[in-house]
Ligand binder design. Structure first.
Ligand code: HEM
Length: 273
């Protein structure tokens, strides 16, 4: 046992416990925020799509949204947003260990649904960005395009590791896929969190070309992925210091995510329901 571990134990600090509880707190806040996103998708897009009021998608400001006469583009938009609700729900379900232990068969099926819908959502998103031209600026198109590529690569690796039964590697690639898929949700939460913290949009433009927009466009998945790697390294480390440092970073990011969820519900989703 190292001297840092001994001193942390002597001070009564259970570093592994602190890391575990911080990660759970992060998950609860993220799950509530993603549930709000799912609710919004169903209540706004789901109701308008099922009732055939496609033009009413544009009741909310969109880049392209519904276009009269563009059957292919409108169908792709409908498929994308409805799959978005499924992939978000399936992703959350994968991360609940109690569910995994209690119903392993359900875990395998929701895992297949998660990885397959993640790929279809990424490809349909890429199609809308590249073929339909639904992007605000070149930098935002590159940022979301890179996220789509990461989703496809990570989902492929998670699937392969499950097939060859390397479950620890599978767990890590599946969690990376979850973060890359959640990048789209993090972007909305990140933008709104920034406005909540500053009291107004700072370094942002309507075309997402401001410095804060660019940082958040790439950071929406690169920052969560970096924090996840920190968490993996802290999990593996025998020393308490990396665990406590990772717990601190996760705690700060949880506070930011909470502010962002509040902002997204208040400014981005709530007003349209
Ligand atoms: C995989 C997780 C994803 C989720 C959960 C998701 C969710 C959504 C939602 C809810 C919308 C409706 C717009 C809104 O109200 O916010 C949307 C639209 C859109 N998404 Fe995604 N998306 C995902 C991935 C992607 C990816 C990877 C791309 C691009 C490569 C993409 C490109 C688009 C585009 C172009 C639109 C249409 C925007 C418009 O016409 O205004 N999405 N997405």
């Amino acid at each position: 046992m190292s001297s840092t571990e001994v001193s942390a134990r002597e001070r009564g600090v259970d570093a592994a416990g602190v890391l575990g509880w911080t990660a759970r707190l992060w998950f609860v806040v993220a799950a509530l925020g993603q549930a709000a996103f799912i609710y919004f998708i169903i209540a706004f897009y789901g109701t308008r799509t099922v009732s055939g009021h496609f033009a009413a998608w544009n009741d909310k400001p969109l880049i392209t949204g519904y276009v009269e006469g563009d059957a292919a583009g409108n169908a792709m938009f409908a498929a994308h947003v409805l799959l978005a609700a499924i992939v978000t729900l399936a992703g959350l379900a994968q991360l609940v260990p109690a569910l995994r232990r209690a119903a392993p068969a359900l875990h395998r099926w929701s895992g297949r649904v998660f990885l397959a819908t993640a790929c279809v959502t990424a490809v349909s998103g890429l199609w809308m960005t590249l073929a339909r031209g639904s992007y605000l600026s070149l930098v935002s198109a590159v940022a979301i395009g890179l996220d789509a590529v990461l989703i496809l690569v990570f989902a492929g690796l998670a699937w392969r590791e499950a097939l060859v039964r390397r479950f620890e590697r599978h767990r890590r690639w599946a969690m990376r896929t979850f973060m890359a898929v959640s990048g789209v949700w993090f972007l909305r939460v990140g933008l709104m969190g920034w406005i909540v913290l500053n009291g107004r949009p700072v370094g942002m433009t309507s075309k997402m070309t401001g410095p804060a927009d660019v940082v958040l466009a790439f950071g929406s998945y690169l920052i969560p992925l970096a924090i996840l790697e920190l968490y993996f390294a802290a999990e593996r480390s025998a020393k308490p210091a990396p665990k406590l440092a990772a717990a601190g970073v996760i705690l700060v990011s949880t506070a930011y995510v909470a502010a962002g969820v509040f902002g997204a519900v208040a400014m981005m989703w709530g007003p349209y329901l």
